[in-house]
Design a protein around this ligand. Structure first.
Ligand code: FMN
Length: 369
């Protein structure tokens, strides 16, 4: 169970009184977050296996990838599948995107029913497919509508509502500093800032001086996202911005050890056996979530992420990507690191109840939907 806060002390008061140890707890309204490290929402990456792994390696909070409120409204099976939450990943935020306050409120209700601890709203996605519908980062240019969305969502659910945003649409924009406080007034219990413009996509660097300015302007926790790749960087961002927590995205792809290094200062480099065992566990859990067919394609990018960076010879990844079935991939991985079988068995034994699902969705959603 996720702890619920009983008193009415404002979250910001608690934070200013606490040291910024990465292993210290903090609160988003009444939701306790046990560490200062948050795993970023990433479309095409943040499946349940990724989130559960993130929690195991020290993330205090994890987030689903963005889920379309229109898809939820229409009962699209694949979209509904994103609401498949297990108790082991909590506390968990499910992120929704859309541009219509009423539809967003409806989606938030579904997210709450699915067992999420937080509803996160996406005002940061820079991808044209999303922005052309008036959703994602576009809303930073329409603060009035953005505030109406937040207030409709906050009224619809009892769980805290949070918002993730970019700095603005154009390079150099400071829109987040104007929009952020309005969203807090509308009911946002925390803000995440990725201080790049939408136009920048992932180029340049995240300008966390804006994060520091945002922290000054709001009395809710701010999470800093962007270019946090090491413990030193995490500590520097926490200290120089006054943010409540740092978010890690790309650095955790195929590399949960980076999370452990950030929270615990443990050396990041795992053995080959550990790498293969984590990859195999990830593959098996993903097959259970997405079904064999979808998982086969989905997993291909993870081979490079897990095995690259000098961990295994480059042709090995190419070989795996070309194998037709996941069974063949498993066999090949175990041949490359035979000791991984034992590590995997131990991991599976430790987490055998991790598949418990909170919401009873129609059965066709499971295993592929
Ligand atoms: C592949 C990919 C998918 C992403 N999908 C989402 C998303 O669904 N929702 C969101 O708010 N941010 C999304 N992001 C942005 C990340 O959450 C994060 O803010 C960004 O990557 C910067 O952090 P990093 O430098 O730690 O990766 C995505 C980023 C990547 C690389």
């Amino acid at each position: 169970m996720v702890a619920r806060r009983k008193d009415n002390v404002k979250a910001a008061d608690t934070i200013s009184a606490m040291p910024v140890g990465l292993r210290s707890e903090w609160w988003i309204a009444d939701v306790r977050v046990p560490t200062r490290l948050v795993l970023a929402p990433m479309a095409g990456v943040s499946v349940q296996a990724f989130r559960r792994q993130g929690r195991r390696f020290g993330a205090g909070l994890v987030c689903s990838e963005m889920v379309s409120c229109a898809g939820l409204h229409h009962g699209n099976e694949r979209t509904l599948g994103y609401l498949r939450i297990s108790s082991e990943e909590r506390p968990l935020a499910v992120q929704i995107f859309g541009s219509e306050p009423a539809l967003m409120a409806e989606a938030a209700g579904m997210v709450e029913d699915a067992g999420a601890d937080l509803v996160d709203i996406n005002f940061g996605c820079p991808v044209r497919k999303v922005t052309k519908t008036g959703a994602g980062a576009t809303l930073l240019d329409d603060p009035e509508r953005a505030a109406r969305i937040v207030s409709a969502v906050a009224e619809a659910v009892a769980v805290p509502v949070t918002v993730k945003m970019r700095r603005g649409l154009e390079n150099g924009s400071r829109a987040c500093l104007e929009v952020g406080p309005r969203l807090v007034e509308a009911g946002a219990a925390a803000l995440t800032l990725h201080p790049r413009s939408a136009k920048q996509m992932y180029t340049g660097t995240a300008d966390h001086s804006l994060t520091a300015e945002l922290v000054e302007r709001v009395d809710v926790p701010v999470i800093a996202s962007g270019d946090v790749t090491s413990r030193a960087r995490a500590q520097a961002v926490l200290e120089t911005t006054g943010c409540a927590a740092v978010m890690v995205g790309r650095a955790a792809q195929g590399n949960p050890w980076a999370l452990r290094e950030i929270v615990d200062e443990e050396p990041a480099e795992p053995t080959r056996e550990e790498i293969v065992a984590e990859l195999l566990l990830f593959m098996r859990e993903t097959v259970r979530e997405l079904g064999d067919h979808r998982a086969t394609g989905f997993l291909k990018k993870f081979y490079g992420w897990y095995l690259g960076g000098g961990r295994f010879p480059r042709p090995f990844k190419q070989e795996l990507v070309q194998l037709a079935t996941l069974d063949e991939v498993e066999t090949r991985l175990l041949a490359a690191a035979p000791g991984a079988a034992e590590v995997l068995a131990r991991l599976e034994a430790e987490h055998e109840h991790g598949d418990e699902v909170l919401l009873d969705l129609p059965i066709s959603i499971y295993g592929g939907g």
